[in-house]
Design a protein around this ligand. Structure first.
Ligand code: ADP
Ligand code: ZN
Length: 718
């Protein structure tokens, strides 16, 4: 009798999740295996859940094989389990993020090269001699050999056939060793911070640190030393960045500090680059990774520290697929791995500040800018008194300041967080407004491309010259400003100045952006007109004046984090002025100079802002005092969407202190042709929110065209 085969649980990166297979020998949890699914073979990971013993053995299929001997670590598997439970998504969907480059797990093709074998050819020709000369110092690739020797492909092939040269396998290059001793001369505050972080990394224990300090205080220098401490222990380090655009800068600085090029992980990298990085992370060869939020799911073998730079940034929240906040999940990953995690920011999220005050996080503060360059002086321009001319956006005080800055040969930044030319186009004669056919949103005029664009679904149409409703000619008028329109005004006001728009829809992608940023940094642009893209990270040495065209934008949109976001954005963007040279200044154009956020800016009193905002959160039972979760119901039919949402409201949990608000029509009431309703759940931190929600949601089955998304800890309320 053949022995009973072993049953194994395999988690598939797939909605199906966990399936039971058989194997001829026990397989350790974490191994990546190929298994049959329908007619295909797919990758899966052996999980440690008990296999299903109720299925007849004859109906089980065998594992095809182990794909790689590198196993996902225990802490990574626990992390997948946690993220799935926390975000209320199937485990398979989370595993999919881990295996996104799972092909990388299969062994890399060995690198080969051509080398001389010692066999003599029948006769030496000049071309053959050239090949032998080229290979005399050592093996090289076929292409290199052709280039160096000038020999034709036929000559090289002929020499291989006659055994004069042969393909040999090359040993993989040993991983580069980081230089750890190039420690900068730290200031006293920086030194203390570094000592504290270093001790935490060496302690190999979980802890969350909030590293707070104004822009230019040396937070980056300080967290680099935490990375150095991890590298000194032979461990790996991960730096999470909110924007791909910021990674090259950090990569360059890391390379300079440690003498090794860190691995870069984000969606702009080629699949091949991602596969090899995945493999190198799994084997421990790659020591430092800089990446976007999905880097959190890389299979590190021995992670020593995680850094979350610009921790307050909204971009850490992934809003589709698995809806998760990489900042928060970084803390979970660190906890599972038993290592410290550093959240760095000049303008921490209110949540992190409160968590630090309540002792959940350790707070480390760098109080001053490095080199003591003072922070810019900030003043308000009261638009109720100093209104720009009709149809223009720059007030007299801003114009005067730009002119002075130009006269001194310095740079100005006109900041407006709105892409395109105008947010709305209307017909002056019949009042027709251009709306997206798929969304409840107006189309944004992008003049540079001559398109009207929906910023929600990407719908585009040509900008017509005639009103489609009344056929009026020359009746279409832009309403409100975008960066392109402000640049137009700047060009008219200062025709001799060199202007540039810096926003994410710059034609030419990341390369063009990097080139433009280079020009700005070298002082080849006098007036920058930019969106929030310029608020972050970059240092423009010659930038001395910043004007915020509309400081009120975003304050009144009903989002519980509106004040916080505006405060962060204004602090970051004004902080671009005078980063290298003293004398930076900023003007905020506002209709509400008495608003607490504007007042905190003018008085340079961040603490007042955090105090006030903490009180607002406490009284409103908002995060982090209580927890929020959103349920977004959508359907192609309004009544269907509303019906489902209303049914959920009727079965809402009434127990405990869980409160369900809504349904309310979502502010973005139609998106991609789907009608949307929202329910908001509020609960104390002590209740098992996900369990309660799972029971509740199960009471109303999803039918027809209804789709339901659960957003735990929502950041966006659209
Ligand atoms: P932050 O991350 O807080 O904005 P950075 O670490 O980028 O600050 O530091 C701002 C600038 O000051 C950088 O150019 C950095 O190289 C420089 N700097 C900071 N601390 C030091 C130091 N101790 N020695 C030399 N340069 C420093
Ligand atoms: Zn749209």
């Amino acid at each position: 009798m053949t022995p009973e085969p072993h049953r194994v649980s395999v988690l598939l990166p797939h909605q199906l999740g966990l399936l039971t297979y058989t194997a001829s020998e026990p397989l350790a949890p974490g191994l990546v295996v190929a298994v049959p699914l329908g007619r295909r073979d797919v990758l899966g990971v052996v999980w440690d859940d008990a296999p299903d013993e109720t299925i007849e053995a004859a109906r089980l299929k065998p594992v095809r094989g182990v794909v790689s001997l590198v196993a996902l670590t225990d802490d990574l598997r626990r992390f997948v389990d946690f993220v799935a439970r926390y975000t209320m998504t199937p485990r398979g969907a989370v595993l999919k993020m881990v295996l996104r480059s799972g092909e990388g797990l299969t062994e890399a093709k060995p690198q080969t090269a051509l080398a001389l074998t010692g066999v003599e050819p029948e006769r030496w020709t000049p071309a053959r001699l050239a090949v032998a000369d080229a290979l005399a110092p050592g093996p090289m690739s076929r292409k290199e050999l052709a280039d160096t020797s000038g020999a034709s492909a036929a000559v090289i092939t002929g020499l291989i056939k006659s055994g004069v040269i042969a393909e040999i396998a090359l040993e993989p290059e040993p991983p580069a060793t980081p230089t750890l001793d190039a420690v900068p001369n730290l200031t006293a505050d920086q030194g203390e911070a570094v000592a504290e972080l270093g001790a935490m990394v060496e302690a190999r224990a979980f802890e969350t640190v909030l590293l707070e300090g104004v822009t230019g205080s040396g937070k980056t220098e300080v967290f680099f030393e935490a990375i150095a401490a991890a590298l000194a222990l032979g461990r790996q380090a991960l730096v999470l960045m909110p924007e791909i655009a910021l990674t090259p800068m950090v990569t360059a600085r890391l390379t300079e500090r440690f003498g090794i090029v860190p691995g870069e992980w984000h969606s702009d990298r080629t699949p091949a680059a991602r596969h090899s990085l995945w493999r190198d992370v799994a084997s421990g060869r790659e020591r430092v990774v800089v990446g976007a939020r999905s880097a959190l799911f890389l299979p590190f073998t021995d992670l020593g520290v995680i850094i979350v730079d610009e921790e307050h940034d909204q971009s850490f929240k992934q809003e589709d697929g698995v809806i998760y906040n990489a900042r928060d999940m970084a803390i979970v990953r660190a906890q599972q791995a038993g290592i410290p995690v550093v959240l760095a920011s000049a303008t921490p999220s209110v949540e992190s500040r409160i968590n630090a005050e309540r002792g959940r996080y350790r707070r480390i503060v760098l109080p001053a800018r490095y080199g003591d360059v003072p922070l810019p002086t900030i003043r308000a321009v009261d638009l109720r008194r100093d209104a720009p001319p009709k149809g223009e956006w720059l007030s007299e005080p801003v114009r005067a300041a730009v002119s002075e800055t130009l006269a001194r040969g310095e740079q100005s930044l006109l900041f407006l967080n709105r892409r395109g030319y105008a947010p709305l186009t209307v017909c002056r004669r019949c009042g027709h407004r251009f709306h997206c056919p798929n969304c409840a949103a107006s189309l944004v005029d992008h003049r540079l491309r001559n398109r009207l664009v929906c910023h929600h679904c990407g719908h585009e149409e040509r900008r017509p010259s005639v009103c489609p409703a009344c056929q009026g000619e020359d009746t279409l008028a832009p309403c409100g400003p975008g960066v392109e329109r402000v640049e137009e005004e700047a060009r008219a006001l200062w025709p001799k100045a060199r202007t540039a728009v810096l926003s994410s829809d710059l034609a030419g992608g990341p390369k063009a952006l990097a080139a433009l940023l280079g020009r700005v940094a070298r002082g080849e642009v006098d007036i920058i007109v930019g969106t929030q893209l310029v608020a972050k990270g970059y240092t423009f040495p010659n930038l001395q004046f910043v004007a915020v065209v509309d400081a009120d934008l975003g304050l009144e949109n009903g989002d519980p984090r509106a004040a916080e976001r505006t405060f962060q954005l204004l602090t970051q963007v004004t902080g671009r002025a005078g980063r290298v040279h003293a004398g930076g200044r900023a003007l905020l154009q506002t209709h509400a100079p008495d608003h607490p956020v504007i007042q905190a800016m003018l008085r340079d009193d961040a603490e007042a802002f955090y105090r006030e905002e903490t009180e607002v959160r406490r009284q409103g039972a908002l995060p982090p005092f209580q927890r929020l979760a959103a349920v977004i119901v959508s359907a192609t039919d309004r009544a269907e969407a509303h019906g489902h949402a209303a049914a959920l409201a009727r079965t809402a949990p009434s127990s405990g202190d869980v409160e369900v608000l809504g349904p309310a029509e979502a502010p973005l009431s139609i998106l991609r042709g789907r009608f949307r309703y929202r329910l908001l759940v509020r609960a104390p931190r002590t209740v098992p929110l996900q369990d309660i929600m799972a029971d509740w949601l199960a009471t109303v089955p999803v039918k027809g065209t209804v789709r339901r998304a659960v957003d735990i800890d929502p950041q966006s309320f659209l």
